[in-house]
Design a protein around this ligand. Structure first.
Ligand SMILES: [Zn+2]
Length: 368
C-alpha cells in the first residue's frame, strides 16, 4: 500500500464503519480493462467497488459545482476508472437581475443545456488521462420533444461527437411535482419519434428517471415507462434506480422484482441502473431483501449498470463521494462472478457503448 492509499484507507475506517477494500482500489487502472490484459481479477484481494460510475452528476441543481479535475481525481482515488458525466436533468431557475447565490433561485425547476456545455468545456480544458469519460446530454425536455434535435445539433456543432449518452432525463419524478415538473403523458411520448430515431441510429442510450409509483400505488406510473418501451423497441433504455424513489420506500420486493422480471422478458431494450443510496437504505440493507435482489440480478446480470448518483454541489468533499461509492457498491460484493464482472467491472457498460475495453476475467480460486 502506498502513502496515498493508506491515507484513504485510514480516513475511510474513521469515517465509515462499513467502508471496504479501499486500499486495494489503487491497483485498478485503465490498463486493467485493456482487451490485451490477461491478468484475472482476484475478488478476495481486490476492490468490490464498481469500476464504472455510470451515473455521476458533475453539475448540481443550483449553484457552483466541485471543479471537474477534482471530481476526476476523486474517482481515480476510489478505483473508478470509467465515468458517465451527467449534468443534471433539471436546475432551479435563477431570478432575473439577481446576482450571487443566496436568494437568487426560484422554486421552479427546468431542464437546461448550460450544464452540458460546462461539462464538455471542462473536459476539453482539463482532460482526464487516467479515467475514461463519456459525456451525457442532460438538457432534453421530454415535454418539448421538438426542441431536442436542434439542441443536439448545437452540441454537435460545438463539440463534435463527444456526447454519447442522453440522461438522466425525467419522464416522471414525483420529488419535483412541487417545482413545476409533471409526468410526461402518452401523447407526448408518441411525439418523441424524431429524436429517438437519431439516438437509435447513433446508438446513444437514453437514461430515464421514471418513478415506478408511490407507497400508496406502487405501480402508478408503470404505464408511462411501458409506453416508451413499446414505442421505441430498438432504443437502448436505461431505467434509473429501477424506478425506486423516496416516495416509494416500501414496495413489496416480490412485486418489484416480478414487475422487472416481466419487463425484462417483454422488452429486450431495457436495462436498469443500481445507483442512488436509497436502494441500500430502504431495501438492500436488510439481508433477506438483499438476498432476493442478488438472486434476481445474478439471473439477469446482462441488464444492470452500477453508479453513485453523486451530485457534485460545491460543498461536497472527497469523503462524500467515497461514501456514495461505498454504499452503492455494497450489493455488488454479494453478486456471483459473472454478474460482478458484467456490472461492477463494467462489461455491460463497454458492450452497450461499444467501447474498446474488456472487463478482466475473475480468478478461479481453488482451495488446497
Ligand atoms: Zn441521478
Amino acid at each position: 500500500m502506498n502513502v496515498k492509499q493508506s491515507v484513504i484507507a485510514m480516513s475511510c475506517a474513521v469515517l465509515l464503519a462499513g467502508c471496504q477494500s479501499v486500499s486495494a482500489t489503487g491497483t485498478r487502472t485503465l490498463a486493467t480493462f485493456s482487451v490485451d490484459n490477461t491478468q484475472c481479477y482476484d475478488r478476495k484481494a481486490q476492490s468490490s467497488y464498481f469500476a464504472v460510475d455510470s451515473h455521476h452528476h458533475f453539475q448540481p441543481f443550483r449553484g457552483d459545482a466541485v471543479p471537474f479535475d477534482k471530481l476526476v481525481t476523486w474517482a481515480e482515488r476510489v478505483g473508478v476508472v470509467f465515468i458517465n458525466v451527467y449534468g443534471i436533468g433539471q436546475t432551479y431557475e435563477r431570478k432575473p437581475d439577481c446576482f450571487g447565490e443566496r436568494g437568487c433561485y426560484s422554486q421552479l425547476i427546468s431542464p437546461s443545456i448550460q450544464n452540458d456545455f460546462k461539462n464538455a468545456s471542462n473536459y476539453l480544458k482539463y482532460g482526464a488521462d487516467n479515467v475514461h469519460i463519456t459525456l451525457s446530454m442532460t438538457f432534453a425536455d421530454l415535454h418539448k420533444p421538438e426542441t431536442i434535435l436542434p439542441k443536439m445539433a448545437l452540441l454537435e456543432d460545438e463539440f463534435g461527437d463527444l456526447f454519447r449518452w442522453m440522461g438522466e432525463v425525467n419522464l416522471v419524478k414525483a420529488a419535483h411535482f412541487g417545482n413545476g415538473h409533471q409526468a410526461v403523458d402518452k401523447e407526448t411520448i408518441a411525439k418523441w419519434q424524431p429524436f429517438m430515431a437519431v439516438l437509435e441510429e447513433k446508438r446513444i442510450p437514453l437514461a430515464l428517471h421514471a418513478d415506478l409509483g408511490d407507497n400508496n400505488t406502487p405501480l402508478k406510473y408503470l404505464p408511462l415507462l411501458e409506453e416508451v418501451l413499446k414505442r421505441y423497441p430498438e432504443n437502448d433504455i436505461i431505467w434509473m434506480h429501477m424506478g425506486i424513489s423516496k416516495e416509494l420506500s416500501q414496495i413489496d420486493p416480490e412485486l418489484h422484482i416480478n414487475t422487472m422480471e416481466r419487463l425484462f422478458s417483454q422488452y429486450k431494450n431495457l436495462k436498469a441502473d443500481l445507483s442512488w443510496r436509497i436502494l441500500y437504505d430502504y431495501y438492500f440493507s436488510d439481508p433477506k431483501i438483499q438476498g432476493q435482489y442478488v438472486e434476481f440480478i445474478n439471473a439477469h446480470a446482462e441488464r444492470f449498470l452500477p453508479g453513485s448518483d453523486f451530485v457534485a454541489s460545491k460543498s461536497k468533499r472527497f469523503f462524500d463521494y467515497l461514501e456514495e461509492v461505498d454504499i452503492n457498491s455494497r450489493i455488488l460484493a454479494s453478486l456471483d462472478d459473472n454478474a460482478f464482472r458484467r456490472i461492477a467491472l463494467g462489461q455491460n457498460y463497454f458492450s452497450l457503448l461499444d467501447l474498446p475495453y474488456r472487463a478482466p476475467e475473475i480468478c478461479i480460486i481453488t482451495s488446497p
